[in-house]
Design a protein around this ligand. Sequence first.
Ligand code: DGT
Ligand code: CA
Ligand code: CA
Ligand code: ZN
Length: 579
Amino acid sequence: MARLNDEVAALLKEYADLILLTGGNAFRARSYEKAARSVGGHPEDLARLDEDGIHKIPGVGDSTAAKISEYLATKHIAALDKLRAKVPPGVREITAIPTVGPKTAVQLYKQLGITSVDELRAAIAADKVKGLPGLGARAVEKIRAGIEQVSRAGERTLLSTALDLAEELVAAIGAVPGCTRCAYAGSLRRMRETVGDLDILATARDSAPLMAALLDRPEVADVIGSGPTKTSVRTDRGLQIDLRVVPPADWGAALIYFTGSRAHNIKLRGRAVKEGLKLSEYGLFEVESGKKLASRTEKEVYRALGLPVIPPTLREDRGEIEAAADGGLPDLVRLKDLRGDLHTHTDLTDGLASLEAMLEAAAGLGYAYYAVTDHAPNLSMQRMTDDKMLAQRERARALDRSFGGLRVLHGTELNIDPAGDVDWPAEFLAGFDICVASIHSSFTLDRAAQTRRLIRAIENPAVNIIGHLTTRLLDRREPIDVDLDAVFAAAGRTGTALEINASPHRLDLNDEQIMAARRHGVRFAINSDAHSVPQLNNQRFGIATAQRGWLSKDDVINTWSLTRLRAFLRKPAARKDEK
Ligand code: DGT
Ligand code: CA
Ligand code: CA
Ligand code: ZN
């Protein structure tokens, strides 16, 4: 469910942006931005907090608290409305381009009257932007590339955003009297990293009240079409929703059809044809007699085709139908298989919660072990020192088994420098239970350099897991250019796990990379990279991605017992003998 905290966080972030856009104090803007992150990551629901509770959220001072209370009481923030009136909405939208800051956005507005991304694109095409103060040919090219990237990303919606909305819609439509079944289908049910639109499927004898329930939703901005079998709408954030209502007897066939993927459906239909059958969204039929063989449930339909139910995360025509026919479907890893999280942060660096709060939440998730892996010193803005790290280690040791039986591993997230080296000398690294190493800089090195860099980190005996290997951010950064096969081979050879970073903005490695890495004998760690308590729940997206990569429990080191995990973490010193 979309939380009130996220709603308020978005408003505070908007307020911070508008302060900058109106030439306000940068320090003030930063403090609102910080408050926004803090509110978004706060484990307690704002709706249940009184004034006192709001004040106690870290980073929330008097003026922020007053704005939050005002919003809770009136659904408005007067100061925000006032700033909004001063800046055309498109100008803020321009700052969403990763390569355009607020100063440039204001400059473009004041000097060229640009108030939307489209106008900016046109102005660049007409060569009007180059030559403005501070905007040389290179800067303009960067802006142009930034526009391309956001418009490409903008066509699809992140899995997490889509899932929040879909769960609300399914609950609302499913509660309508007469509705016997309701579920989301399409790419969302297959848990793709982004979705083009939402496909919701329901059963009822009379579809009209279900369609009305969708049309009544507050987020619906546009009705594309509405009839007895299908209604299509667009939300205020531009996401299309298709609701289809089918007779209860056709549920299974319709669910298979609208879950897709298209390629899976085509292959399935081909299998039917070979047996003299016809498969459609209405059911599986005998061609000759026209007799219906199955349609009520997915299980009946797959069974009539001689197959077990194929998990939705596998339905991409990547060999799953052949595997199902041979009894060779993988036994997919599930959320409940996870025994721990191996990449997490606290307020010692850029996390929002204390070590104790994170451990308490981890114990609440039923984990057996948990690694705290705050940032290492070379990420200089995090101001890590040897002393701080050692003090945290002492606390971690003291808190071991203090939250139920939760075992606490003390780790760190190292920075892989351009040459492939990491923070700290080997003696200091030897004191950690576990080291994640990630790229946080020099994203544009060429392929050969990037490949060398990663392999060197992988061969480091202290490095256990490579974090978010390609560094892509789904909504704003392309992956680095690297020879993945060479990197996967090195990881397989040295016993270095590769992370499946579960942040819905990353999902890095992605499904196809996971499949490729597995062929090199790579083991994986599904990690939340949580910077707050709620983000610990992002593991569901990591699990879905692992399933899409065909992984079983045994492939994922944080489903293992602590004993087996510890043995894996003692790397065979990069196996020098094999070279
Ligand atoms: P998306 O929305 O782009 O993320 O991807 P999907 O897979 O949700 O695609 P969508 O919304 O166009 O259609 C939902 C499902 O309906 C799709 O996965 C398979 C099925 N479907 C739609 N059109 C066709 C078609 O022309 N042929 C076949 N075989 N299946 C289709
Ligand atoms: Ca869809
Ligand atoms: Ca659709
Ligand atoms: Zn991290």
